[in-house]
Design a protein around this ligand. Structure first.
Ligand code: ADP
Ligand code: MG
Length: 244
């Protein structure tokens, strides 16, 4: 349903992604694991075009982009609307209420009527268990609650895929658990997700597919079961062993 192939990205003289390919099946969860600096965040940012790849193709349902040939502003906007992004550091708008954070993009970017956006916003806050915080500002929430708001915001326009960059890494273990619970629920409901994470427990709990990235290349990919119990590459085993 989403296919990337030959994705290359260079910063200054450093080639950060060296021809990465991956495929996400609709309704499944893929975990992207790998050491710091391996290119996980850059790859996620390439999927929603926060970074523009230098080369490669991206196919998302009917839209096909070929980065070597350049892409239009309209294509960028269309793709953004089909991808939701959740960041390690939440990145909520501090001066807006929780509900406004969730509805802002619907109203300003997608031009939804305010009432419809509010209905959708309340529905999503209910889904992440934060209806009672609708009128609070982010600073009064715990980190786990803030990340759940960020997830609700990312889901608001019903994206085809939810991209999560280290969604639990900034959180104490207990608060991480409440975020994991929300992600697991979304996975059960068939949300297509690509999650970059160091947390192999999170990966093992919710991902069907695991991709191990190192130095901008896919070292190995496979089912979560195979990758965690019987990786084919020694390098994968070595990495997984450092984390368990
Ligand atoms: P990961 O998320 O796996 O830790 P990143 O994608 O953040 O890896 O980074 C991969 C490499 O790209 C790192 O060496 C990082 O320093 C470099 N990098 C990432 N973003 C930029 C940028 N905007 N400008 C220059 N270098 C960058
Ligand atoms: Mg990263």
């Amino acid at each position: 349903m989403i296919r990337l192939s030959g994705i290359e990205k260079q910063f200054a003289n450093q080639l950060v992604l060296k021809g990465v390919g991956l495929k996400l099946e609709a309704g499944t969860v893929t975990a992207l694991i790998g050491p710091s600096g391996s290119g996980k965040s850059t790859l996620l940012r390439c999927v929603n075009l926060l970074e523009r790849p230098d080369a490669g193709q991206l196919v998302l349902e009917e839209s096909e982009l070929d980065f070597a040939h350049g892409i239009s502003r309209a294509q960028v906007l269309a793709l953004r609307q089909q991808t939701g992004m959740v960041f390690q550091s939440f990145q909520l708008f501090p001066h807006m209420t929780v509900l406004e954070n969730v509805t802002e993009g619907l109203v300003t970017v997608l031009k939804w009527p305010k009432e419809r956006a509010l209905t959708r916003g309340r529905e999503l806050l209910d889904k992440v268990g934060l209806s009672h915080k609708a009128d609070s500002v982010p600073a009064t929430l715990s980190g786990g609650q803030q990340q759940r708001v960020a997830i609700a915001r990312a889901l608001a326009p019903s994206p085809k895929v939810l991209l999560c960059d280290e969604p639990t890494s900034a959180l104490d273990p207990e608060l991480a658990l409440e975020v994991v619970a929300v992600l697991r629920q979304l996975a059960r409901e068939g949300t297509t997700m690509l999650i970059a994470t160091h947390d192999l427990r999170l990966a093992a709990q919710i991902a069907q597919q695991v991709i191990f990235l190192e130095a901008g290349e896919v070292v190995e990919e496979g089912s979560a079961h195979q990758m965690f119990t019987a990786p084919r590459r020694a390098r994968t085993l070595a990495y997984i062993s450092t984390l368990t």
